[in-house]
Design a protein around this ligand. Structure first.
Ligand code: MF3
Ligand code: CO
Length: 250
């Protein structure tokens, strides 16, 4: 395993990749409403990404056919946009996107409500976001990776939620997926020591019910095994000498 330390020049490019992606998520959040198809979201998202001179990093990644992963309700991640999949009042939808700016990647995800949703679903979305912020409290030089992972798990489980084990966060930079893996649950080992210049995608995937997930026959869409709702929240962050910088948040 080799974890890259980004130079100041690389960090500047990743900041720009992050800023653009934050903006893309902001704009996508505004177009969501009952009646929109998951394909509409992908088309608008891809156009936005390209309008900033960026490349949508997911498109054709290992054969993934779209630019934005759109995952509805019990879908955890990697939902494939489809013109027949129409969002309805009461749905929750996770949007995951990545952009490449001058050779550098940013990766971020948000879960949104469509119209009025249940109080329980609102709480799941809120707690999943809070899981990320619990985790990055420990994203400091000198700490270990597992400090982040354990904090996320403890917070999610204190609400009785299931922390997805089969997918993890990751290093990010010249590639979408770099070392190290960033699990959202405690490991036996304390993991690498965090150093300034490391850039990580931290991405809790949290189920209202059990942690188990299964893959659909399309080979991409990951759904909860028990059919419960799932939420996802992700940002690309930079480890510094002090507090971490969240690159994909404005
Ligand atoms: N955001 C996802 C991740 O963090 C990447 C989606 S995989 C793709 O791993 F194939 F859809 F690109
Ligand atoms: Co990611």
């Amino acid at each position: 395993m080799s974890v890259s330390i980004k130079s100041e020049r690389e960090i500047e490019l990743m900041r720009e990749a992050g800023r653009i992606l934050a903006h893309v998520h902001g704009e996508l959040g505004k177009i969501l409403k009952p009646g929109i198809s998951t394909m509409d979201i992908d088309r608008i998202g891809e156009r936005l990404i390209r309008s900033f001179g960026c490349i949508p990093s997911f498109k054709n990644y290992n054969g993934y056919p779209a630019s934005i992963c759109v995952s509805v309700n019990n879908e955890v991640v990697h939902g494939i946009p489809n013109k027949h999949r129409i969002l309805r009042e009461g749905d929750i939808v996770s949007l995951d996107a990545g952009v490449i700016y001058n050779g550098y990647h940013s990766d971020a995800a948000r879960t949104h409500a469509i119209g009025q949703i249940s109080g329980e679903a609102q709480k799941l979305i809120r707690v999943t976001r809070e899981c990320f912020f619990e985790g990055i409290k420990y994203a400091k030089a000198g700490n270990h990776l597992n400090d982040i992972s354990s904090a996320i798990q403890a917070y999610a489980e204190s609400f009785g939620y299931g922390v997805v084990r089969d997918l993890v966060g990751h290093g990010v930079g010249k590639a979408l997926h770099e070392d190290p893996e960033v699990p959202n649950f405690a490991q036996k080992r304390k993991g690498i020591r965090l150093r300034p210049g490391m850039t990580l995608a931290i991405e809790p995937m949290i189920n209202m019910g059990r942690a188990d997930v299964v893959w659909l026959n399309d080979d991409w869409t990951v759904v909860t095994d028990d059919g419960s709702l799932s939420a996802h929240y992700e940002n690309t962050i930079l480890i510094t000498e002090g507090d971490p910088e969240i690159l994909s948040l404005l």
